[in-house]
Structure formats: structure tokens, C-alpha cells
Design a protein around this ligand. Structure first.
Ligand SMILES: Nc1nc2c(c(=O)[nH]1)N[C@H]1C(S)=C(S)[C@@H](COP(=O)(O)OP(=O)(O)OC[C@H]3O[C@@H](n4cnc5c(=O)[nH]c(N)nc54)[C@H](O)[C@@H]3O)O[C@H]1N2
Ligand SMILES: Nc1nc2c(c(=O)[nH]1)N[C@H]1C(S)=C(S)[C@@H](COP(=O)(O)OP(=O)(O)OC[C@H]3O[C@@H](n4cnc5c(=O)[nH]c(N)nc54)[C@H](O)[C@@H]3O)O[C@H]1N2
Ligand code: SF4
Ligand SMILES: [Mo]
Length: 747
């Protein structure tokens, strides 16, 4: 395919989970113009300020254009693809043969825009017998997923477009989105006198500015604040008893626990006026519909799994499930993780594996040991864990301790620099791509993006890399592939029969099915869309699991859905649910929600005696290490000039703290934690409360300048510590790091 100049190319933004549809006009390989795609099924023309800067992703950073191999002296040599594939396959096989395939750990598999490659990595993992994996989800969502597994069985989405009351807990959708077309939706709520927004956030965020009730609590005290709200619901009898009786089990234990809570004392612990807590409860308890969204402010803070439970009790006790404006389970194109109430443990430290993912804070502990079950090799794709995991120094040490590290990325990242092999990927605008962030209800959408440009010479797509590695490993016999290739030439129907027949005779093929599809169905797909082959199997799954919802979306059968996905350049609605369908998604045989989670009730009971403050005289500040701002986007841009504002990623401080410390905007301050120390430029900001400071996420990258590198802003995880983590999910307390802040000259 060659880039057509002057024409608008349809694609999507790759900077957050919303993946807004875009139109891009090219000038050579540059993105000359970018605008929202009005025909897009989910975003309908919406974009935020960040999408317009995507040329800094495509053309801004230093791209890799050849595989790299680390030599004995530590330097990298560029090698041919053939050599890279044969050496990487041989080294992976050697680790498998010597230590067992389960000692090969897989991290990543997609960022905010690119999950299609990850679908093929599953096949490589199965081919190698690699059982353990993780991703950024295990830094944020695994506690919530575990709670969901107990209650509704899977993830629920809030209907914020219609909710009478919208509640945001540690979530700033004005900057971070998550809610589709967030700024429009937030403004609509703010303008409508019949609807209300309640925000729990220690910072007066842009979202809080639009709220009717802002509970500006002390950082890390959401558990007390939410419990106080729930207690008012129970004590003032604002609970939906009919819903609880008809649709739940176990509510007595929960109501009993909440009936004894001292609301005034809990409000005081949270540092919010009792009257405001009561007003919030009253608003939630009397609304026709309530939707809630919890995110990093609570998921990366103390008591996070308990908080996820309390959040869900807010809408369960008030009967806001399966109705317009409420909370809904939804269909999945492909589930992002498989949560269950039965939990396996990691091989060395015995940490809980939730959603199939090793907790991120445990990974280096599982490696930096002489335990025989330790991991020996790691494959890392589309992720930069040496920068994004807590305690970067420990993770770097863990990478160095492994026998083999293979990194698949577009750039020589902080992680790639520690690899034995770096495999250069085509960018997200140079290949067929998609994400599985399809979390909508009742209309759920999926967008398969066609390439806007040819791959940069020397790069490959991830599906092609995984396929070449599996060919080299001889994963599937050529005879079987030949049968399926022949069937594919005859048409989809014969292919389906042949595929099913082969799977029935050789069960081992199921695990590597994505690879088999890529090799056999893939070449028959139009416009080089070989990587879309795995979607054929996913379409079969949709037809089987959600037949009625698929038909309502206008797709006759799985193949019709697959063809619609292949052809739909602005995305496709793949399911349309009815509100009542929500009950069908419940996995429990009695179709009731068991609201008492046995392990969490004691935690709720013990809150009165739980430590609410983690600061000390040595570390008196709570540092939120990784705030989403208008010019942050994880580590997707490797080019500082993309930022129009906040170029250095300032340390935000309350004016009183700044005066006390003798700091002014623009001054340099030293931040010290138990784990490390860094220097940042200060910004005095009255949105912050005293004792609370924030640093943006994604800064502090080591970017090339000639033969050396330079760093702008603070790499937040030089300051975080592995032991600050949730007791159940093991998720990090990135938003709650005890810290000391001093003017630079005094240290
Ligand atoms: N602009 C931008 N958008 C992004 C991203 C990005 O890098 N930049 N990244 C994307 C990703 S990967 C994610 S996961 C999402 C995350 O999206 P969010 O979770 O919304 O992002 P954060 O800014 O990390 O945290 C949200 C809020 O939590 C608040 N907070 C801090 N401590 C506490 C606390 O103790 N209690 C409560 N209640 N709140 C607290 C912060 O003040 C902040 O306003 O954003 C996505 N969108
Ligand atoms: N202290 C602190 N740490 C945090 C957070 C925080 O708030 N505070 N937030 C956490 C959260 S919520 C998240 S989601 C993580 C995010 O952290 P990571 O999971 O590490 O993800 P990204 O920073 O998005 O990195 C994406 C990587 O993909 C590469 N890439 C881009 N396009 C392609 C492609 O097409 N193919 C391949 N193979 N690679 C590509 C980029 O170069 C980059 O290296 O960070 C977490 N870490
Ligand atoms: S909301 Fe997210 S996906 Fe949409 S334009 Fe902004 S960063 Fe991109
Ligand atoms: Mo995230």
C-alpha cells in the first residue's frame, strides 16, 4: 500500500482507551492535518487536544529500523531479521528446555491503541508453555476485577449520558477521559439542573469544577468517606429494599455492618464536612439513576480493593443496576482479563494472580531470588515497564538478572535499553490495528484500523514477528497448515468446517489458534489485512455468546460480522444490548448478586482502627506520583516538543506549603522518598490542598540528543517503593507516596 497524499485517511487516536476516530491528511510521511471522524461509531467526531499532536508519535521520536542484539561488551549490534528470529527462537527454546516454559514471563501485549498484536502473543506463549504474564492492568484494575468477579461476574460500565447522578471516584475524566466524549458529557451534566455530579478527589480538578458536590477529602481516605456515605444510605433508609430482596443475596450482613458506623467520625477522618457527606448520600439515595466510575486516584491508593467494593455497594444498595442511567455488564470483543473468585498464586512469593496477571509490584521479587521457580526470561511488548512499574531501580536489576530479555517496541525505550534483543515494530499507523477496550453498553463498538502509511523500512508488525518465531519453533506441522490453506481458498464455510475438524482431532491447536488463523485464513483477507484473521474467531465467539445482541446490531451471522469489521473504516457496532440483558450476563446460577464479600466485610468492620495516615515527620507530604494532565500520555510520545503546556512536568504544590517552604513557581525543589530522590520545577497551584503534591505521569524519559540522552521532568517510579501496595490485589500506591519536599539549595 502506498500513502495517498492529500486524501483523508481514517484511523483512531492511540493515546487513551477511548480511541476516538480520526481523519489524517499526509504530507509525505508527516501528519499534516488531523481531525475527528464524524462517522466514527463511538466518538462521532470528538477528540481532545492531544490527538492533534500525533505526528510527534509517528515522526517525533527516534524510531528503531533494525533488530538489535546485545553483545558481550554491552553494546547493541544491528542484525538481520532472519538472524534475529532464529536466535530469539533458539534462546527461548533453550530456556524452555533447561528450566521449563513457565519460567518465560510475558509482559504487556498492548498499550492504549494496539492490542491486535497481543492476540497473537497468546499463541507464542502457549507454544512455549509460558504460563505467567502481566500488564499495566495489574497496576490498576485487578482489585476492581476481583470484586467484580464476586458481585456481577464481570466489568460494569456507567451510563453517564443518561445518569441522574454521576459519581467520579479518584477519576478526572476532563483530562483522562475513559468516559467517551468526556468533556462534552461532563459539560452537559453540569448544564442540566436535573442532573448532578459528585466528585471524590483531594484535588480541585477540572472535573470537580463542574461538580455539584466536591468531596475534597484527605488523600487516601476514600474508604472512610464512602463508608460514611453508605452508612447514611442505610441509617436514613435510602436503600432500595425491593431490589435487594429480588436481585441480591447476603445484604443483611452488609446493612448490619453499615448501620453501626459513626458517620461524623468517618467524615472527620476523611477531612470532609459531615453535612456534605449527608448531602451526597441523600442525592445518590433519591436519584432515579446513578452511575459511578472509579479510577487511579483510588485504585492506586491505600485500601483500594476495599474501596472498589464500597463503590459497587453505592449502586447496588440503591438498585442502580440494569436500567438506563445505571451500571451495566457488557459484551466483550475479547475480554481484557479473565477474573474469577478462585485465585492462583505466584510461584516464588505466593502473591495472588488476579485476572491471570502477576501483580506488577511482585514481578521483580519473583526474579531477584535464588528460588528454583524464579522466572528466567521475559518477553516485553508494547510496554515500558522499566519506567512504568514501581521502583524502577529494582525492575532494572531484575531485567539484568534474567538470562534473556526480548523487547518489542517502536523505540529504544528505558526498557529496550536493558534487553538482549530488541525487535522493531511498525508504528500503530503503519499496520492493521485495533484495541479491545470495547466496554460500552448498550451499543458496543469495535474499530479495526487500516494502515495510513507503509511500515518504516526494517520494521515488522507484531503478528508477523510472532508468526515468524512460531514458524522457526515449528509450532504447527506444515501438513495441517496446508489443509487449512486449501480450505480457505474454497471459501469461509469450508474453512470453518476444516478448522473445526482439525481442532477436534488435535486439541493442542486450540491454544495456538491465532497463529493458525494468521497462517491460513490471513493470506486470503483483502488489502493485506492478514493480522485481522484472529477477529474471525472472535466473531464466531460473539455469535455464540451474544447471538441476540449481535443480531440487533444488524449482523446476520459471525461471517457477516467479520466482513463488517473488515470493511468498517469508522468502526462497527457489534452488539446492541437490552437493559434486561444485564441479568443474563450474571454468572451466578440463581441470577442474584451476592453482595456480601466474605473477605472484605472484616476490612470494612476494622476501618475504625485502620491507619488513615501514612506520612511522618520525615516524609510529611502525600505525593501523587503520576497525575494525568492535558499534556501527558503515558510514555507513548518520545518527543518533548509535543507538550504545549507544562513543558517540564511541574511539581504542583498548595500555596501555603510553597510559602512555608520558601518556594515560588519555577523554583527547583528536591523530592525525597524512602526509595529515591528527584528534582522538579515547582508550580504553585491552589487546586492542591496543603500537604498534598502531584507530579505528572509519563515524564522523565531518557531521550536521545546526539550520542547522549537528556531527561525532562521526573521519572515518577524512581520514587515509588514495591512494598506500598494493596494487601489483596498487590496494586501500587502510586497516588499515595510519603515524601519530603525541600528547596534545592538547602540540600
Ligand atoms: N491526559 C491523559 N489522559 C490519560 C492518560 C494520560 O497519560 N494522559 N492515561 C490513561 C490511562 S493509562 C489511565 S489508567 C487513565 C487514568 O485516569 P485517572 O485515574 O483519571 O488519572 P489520574 O490523574 O492518575 O488520577 C485521577 C485523580 O485521582 C486523584 N487522586 C489522587 N489521590 C486520591 C485519593 O486519595 N482519593 C481520590 N478520590 N482521588 C485521588 C487525583 O487528584 C486525580 O485527579 O487515564 C488515561 N487517560
Ligand atoms: N508512578 C506511576 N506509575 C504508573 C502510573 C502512574 O500513574 N504513576 N500509571 C500506570 C498505568 S495506569 C499505566 S496504564 C502504565 C502505562 O505504562 P506502560 O504499560 O509501560 O505503557 P506506555 O507508557 O503506554 O508504553 C507504551 C510503549 O509502547 C510503545 N509503542 C508504541 N506504539 C507501539 C507499537 O505499535 N508497537 C509496539 N510494540 N510498541 C509500541 C511505546 O514506545 C512505549 O514504550 O503506567 C503505570 N505506571
Ligand atoms: S479522548 Fe483519548 S482517544 Fe480521544 S482524542 Fe483524546 S486522547 Fe485521543
Ligand atoms: Mo492505565
Amino acid at each position: 500500500m502506498t500513502a495517498v497524499q492529500g486524501e483523508w485517511h481514517k484511523t483512531a487516536c492511540i493515546l487513551c482507551e477511548n480511541n476516538c476516530g480520526l481523519l489524517i491528511q499526509l504530507e509525505d510521511r508527516r501528519f499534516a492535518k488531523i481531525r475527528g471522524d464524524k462517522e466514527h461509531v463511538a466518538s462521532a467526531g470528538y477528540t481532545c487536544n492531544k490527538a492533534l499532536r500525533l505526528d510527534h508519535y509517528q515522526n517525533g521520536g527516534a524510531r528503531l529500523t533494525a533488530p538489535l542484539r546485545r553483545e558481550a561488551d554491552g553494546s547493541f549490534t544491528e542484525i538481520d531479521w532472519d538472524i534475529a528470529i532464529s536466535e530469539v527462537a533458539a534462546r527461548l527454546a533453550a530456556v524452555r528446555d533447561q528450566h521449563g516454559g513457565d519460567k518465560i514471563f510475558y509482559y504487556g501485549g498492548g498499550g492504549q491503541g494496539n492490542h491486535l498484536g497481543g492476540a497473537y502473543s497468546t499463541a507464542l506463549r502457549r507454544a512455549l508453555g509460558a504460563r505467567y504474564r502481566s500488564s499495566a492492568l495489574a497496576q490498576e484494575k485487578t482489585g476492581e476485577g476481583w470484586v467484580d468477579a464476586h458481585l456481577t461476574g464481570s466489568h460494569t460500565t456507567g451510563d453517564f449520558e443518561h445518569a441522574e447522578v454521576s459519581v467520579f471516584l479518584g477519576k478526572n475524566p476532563w483530562q483522562s477521559h475513559g468516559v467517551p466524549r468526556a468533556r462534552t458529557v461532563l459539560q452537559q451534566i453540569a448544564k442540566d439542573p436535573a442532573r448532578s455530579m459528585i466528585v471524590l478527589d483531594p484535588v480541585r480538578t477540572e472535573t470537580a469544577d463542574l461538580a455539584d458536590i466536591h468531596l475534597q477529602l484527605r488523600p487516601g481516605t476514600d474508604a472512610w468517606c464512602l463508608t460514611a456515605i453508605l452508612a447514611v444510605l442505610v441509617q436514613d433508609d435510602l436503600v432500595d429494599h425491593a431490589f435487594l430482596a429480588e436481585h441480591t443475596t447476603g445484604s443483611e450482613a452488609v446493612l448490619h455492618e453499615l448501620s453501626g458506623i459513626d458517620v461524623a467520625a468517618y467524615a472527620e477522618t476523611a477531612g470532609v464536612p459531615e453535612a456534605l457527606v449527608r448531602a451526597a448520600a441523600q442525592r445518590i439515595g433519591t436519584a432515579a439513576s446513578v452511575a459511578t466510575y472509579e479510577d487511579l486516584g483510588v485504585q492506586q491508593s491505600p485500601n483500594s480493593t476495599l474501596i472498589s467494593y464500597l463503590n459497587k455497594l453505592l449502586w447496588l444498595l440503591t438498585g442502580n443496576f440494569a436500567k438506563p442511567g445505571g451500571m451495566h455488564p457488557h459484551s466483550w470483543m475479547a475480554p481484557l482479563a479473565g477474573y474469577s473468585r478462585d485465585v492462583k498464586l505466584t510461584p516464588v512469593t505466593g502473591a495472588r494472580i488476579l485476572g491471570g496477571m502477576v501483580p506488577c509490584n511482585s514481578i521483580s521479587e519473583e526474579i531477584l531470588t535464588d528460588h528454583p521457580a524464579r522466572f528466567r526470561a521475559m518477553i516485553i511488548e508494547s510496554s515500558n515497564p522499566a519506567h512504568s512499574l514501581a521502583d524502577s531501580a529494582a525492575f532494572r536489576q531484575a531485567l539484568d538478572a534474567l538470562e534473556l530479555v526480548v523487547v518489542i517496541d517502536v523505540a529504544l525505550t528505558e526498557t529496550a535499553r536493558r534487553a538482549d534483543y530488541v525487535l522493531p515494530a511498525a508504528s500503530q499507523f503503519e499496520k492493521w490495528e485495533a484495541t479491545f477496550f470495547n466496554l460500552e453498553f448498550p451499543h458496543n463498538t469495535f474499530h479495526l484500523r487500516a494502515p495510513v502509511l507503509d511500515p518504516l523500512p526494517g520494521t515488522l508488525s507484531e503478528p508477523e514477528m510472532y508468526a515468524r518465531l512460531m514458524r522457526e519453533l515449528g509450532t504447527v506441522g506444515s501438513g495441517k497448515l496446508a489443509v487449512l490453506r486449501a480450505a480457505a481458498k474454497l471459501g469461509r464455510r469450508p474453512y470453518k468446517w476444516a478448522f473445526a475438524a482439525l481442532l477436534a482431532t488435535d486439541k493442542s491447536l486450540a491454544g495456538v489458534a491465532p497463529y493458525v488463523l494468521y497462517e491460513t485464513l490471513g493470506p486470503t483477507l483483502p488489502d493485506g489485512a492478514r493480522a485481522a484473521a484472529v477477529l474471525w474467531a472472535l466473531a464466531q465467539r460473539i455469535a455464540k455468546v451474544y447471538p441476540a445482541a449481535m443480531h440487533r446490531a444488524g449482523h446476520r451471522d459471525a461471517d457477516a460480522l467479520f466482513d463488517a469489521i473488515l470493511a468498517g473504516r469508522s468502526g462497527v457496532t457489534f452488539t446492541v444490548d437490552d437493559y434486561a440483558d444485564a441479568w443474563d450476563y450474571l454468572p451466578h446460577p440463581d441470577k442474584r448478586i451476592p453482595v456480601a464479600i466474605t473477605e472484605l466485610l472484616p476490612a470494612l468492620h476494622g476501618l475504625a482502627d485502620t491507619q488513615a495516615t501514612h506520612t511522618s515527620t520525615e516524609f510529611p507530604f502525600v505525593l501523587a506520583a503520576g497525575e494525568r494532565r492535558s499534556f501527558t500520555a503515558n510514555t507513548i510520545f518520545r518527543d518533548d516538543t509535543w507538550r504545549r503546556r507544562d513543558p517540564e512536568g511541574a511539581l504542583r504544590l498548595n500555596p501555603d506549603d510553597a510559602v512555608r517552604l520558601g518556594l515560588s513557581t519555577g523554583d527547583q525543589a528536591r523530592i525525597t522518598t524512602r526509595r529515591g530522590s528527584a528534582i522538579a520545577a515547582v508550580e504553585i497551584n491552589d487546586r492542591m490542598q496543603p500537604g498534598h503534591a502531584s507530579l505528572p505521569n509519563g515524564l522523565g524519559l531518557d531521550l536521545p540528543t546526539g550520542d547522549t540522552t537528556h531527561r525532562t521532568g521526573v521519572a515518577a517510579n524512581e520514587l515509588t517503593d514495591l512494598t506500598w501496595r494493596d494487601a489483596i490485589a498487590g496494586t501500587p500506591w502510586h497516588k499515595h507516596v510519603p515524601a519530603r519536599i525541600e528547596p534545592l539549595q538547602q540540600t
